[in-house]
Design a protein around this ligand. Sequence first.
Ligand code: HAM
Length: 416
Amino acid sequence: MNDILPGATPIWQYLERQVKAVLSSYGYDEIRMPIVEQTELFKRSIGEVTDIVEKEMYTFDDRNGESLTLRPEGTAGCVRAGEEHGLLFNQTQRLWYQGAMFRYEKPQKGRYRQFHQIGVETFGMSSADIDAEVIMLSARLWENLGILDAVTLQLNSLGSNESRQQYKEDLVTYLNKYVEQLDEDSQRRLKSNPLRILDSKSESTQLILQDAPVLSDYLDDDSKAHFSRLTELLDQAGIKYEINTRLVRGLDYYCKTVFEWVTDKLGAQGTVCAGGRYDGLVQQLGGKATPAVGFAMGVERLVLLLETLDAVPESEKNSFDLYIAAQSKEVQGDVIRCAEMLRDGISDLRIRTHCAGLKNINNKARQTGARLILLIQQSESGVVGVLWNGTESSAQIPLKELPAVVAQQWAIVKQG
Ligand code: HAM
């Protein structure tokens, strides 16, 4: 579990702002759920024999002896909240949430025990149009962030529960012939969760899988039509995708569409966003049958990707634009006053004042990385400011002229 330090938070805030702008442009509503839910909720939704439920949940008994779990993901809680507050029956919803999730995994780059997701869940819409919308929304976000070229969309259809069941049986029959050659994990999954074997990283298992039955051959007509409508909409929107018939996802609630946005720039943990359709989950948790589709992105992985690609605009790396300092003790008192005057006049300028020792002040001010530096000085004609924009400094500016001059310089600096 990590501290996110002041050097990194500007990038997090930049990313969150970009995501919120896109979500708002698609008319999505925010929902905020608790971090803790009853353990049973996750067992029933994510699935008893998934990695998350079997070995990754932070579960504890509260003082009443009730089993609670720190949420490992947001979909289950979102469905629980929607159901509990009557948001799902006979209506459509487009929701989003953000926050910390918890999984007891082996930490490595891009994989943490407390991590953050921004997730989207839609309810009450069964056509592939909404699958396409949530994918387009994510593609637009990558485009706005300047990382679209670094990510690939992987797409698959899992079909209906019935068609998948038939496939599972045939897959197990086929793999049973090679039990001895399968890796240990896959041998275990053969009984508990055979579809996850398709995800296996073991080369020998992948070799055996080459001649295994393929899920797409088992799709029912409705799922086939749904998938072909989705790919048609993505084609029309110019969104490139790869069909990956081995993509099955690690949570049990999916049917029909599943997708992942992956990058090869982050090493082993390359999935930055993942999701799919889960038409059966609301009913499974006690509600009326309600179609649903959504995804969640991993904020840490996206921040890493932005940093790796150097895709964060310079202006977003600092939490202030103008640094004001006094050049000598006598004018220290004018610094705060001057900063307030500038804040009154220029609403979008972020100003930080220097309130510490003045030794080496010119260098200190420059080391802040601020795009504008204002040094307050005592001159023969009174108190003045000298404005430094990174390449050149202004003449001495009388205090009352400062708002106009700073505003003008700020306009130029902003344009880049
Ligand atoms: P998930 O694939 O388990 O799906 O997680 C979604 C994303 O969260 C991953 O692609 C990854 O970027 C990030 N993530 C997961 N685990 C970690 C970790 N330990 N450290 C850092 N990042 C991580 C879900 O959680 C589903 N609820 C998504 C969904 C929403 N499906 C439908 N609606």
